[in-house]
Design a protein around this ligand. Structure first.
Ligand code: AMP
Length: 187
């Protein structure tokens, strides 16, 4: 199992900017735009993820709308895999499967194309496609639980969920019915 050095963690962490009270009072928003615009930090992160996942024999990478698309599609290309978008409701043009999840106030919904991982979510061998799900950050875990459920609903298998950052004090990972890996844990 490939692990990340403390030095590489620091390079990535130092490139993420904290924005207090965004999008509302009391939230410290973890801004990854400064990670993306820093070539050393982006390369350190993506090389770590490539080394970790190259032995997993994955079939697809799936990313959560919208920041999961950035890390997920770079990783998919590095591993020679296809990339699948899990999108907010109403954005995907073909037949979709949807999953609702709770927010602090009300609900949101994510969708995936029904054939995103092949017919019935299966590879040509007839076995469920092995999928890595990726997003930038896990807070309560609601978004990732819904996305994991979607992958399973269309017949594929979520073999791991990967985050760049985990807000450990919220313990969102306990809700996820798959192994969880976070590059950085934030207290
Ligand atoms: P949750 O469903 O509560 O785990 O929230 C995770 C989603 O909300 C991810 O797609 C994150 O991009 C976003 N998110 C939640 N909290 C933050 C935060 N403090 N900083 C940046 N993004 C956040």
């Amino acid at each position: 199992m490939h692990t990340i050095s403390q030095e590489d963690k620091k390079i990535i962490l130092d490139s993420i900017r904290d924005i207090p009270d965004f999008p509302k009072k009391g939230i410290i928003f973890k801004d990854i735009s400064t990670l993306l615009s820093n070539p050393k930090s982006l390369n350190t992160l993506m090389t770590h993820l490539e080394n970790r996942y190259k032995t997993y024999e994955l079939d697809y990478i799936a990313g959560i709308d919208a920041r999961g698309f950035i890390f997920g599609s770079i990783l998919a290309d590095r591993l020679g895999l296809g990339f699948v978008t899990i999108r907010k409701k109403g954005k995907l043009p073909y037949t979709t499967v949807a999953e609702k999840y709770s927010l602090e106030y009300g609900f949101d919904e994510v969708e995936v194309h029904i054939d995103a991982f092949g017919d019935n979510g299966c590879c040509q061998t007839g076995t469920p496609a092995k999928v890595l799900l990726i997003d930038d950050l896990i807070a309560t875990g609601g978004t990732a639980v819904a996305a994991t459920n979607l992958i399973n609903k269309v017949g594929a298998k979520c073999v791991e969920v990967c985050f760049v950052m985990e807000l450990g004090f919220l313990n969102g990972r306990k809700e996820i019915d798959a192994p969880v890996y976070s590059v950085l844990e934030i207290d």
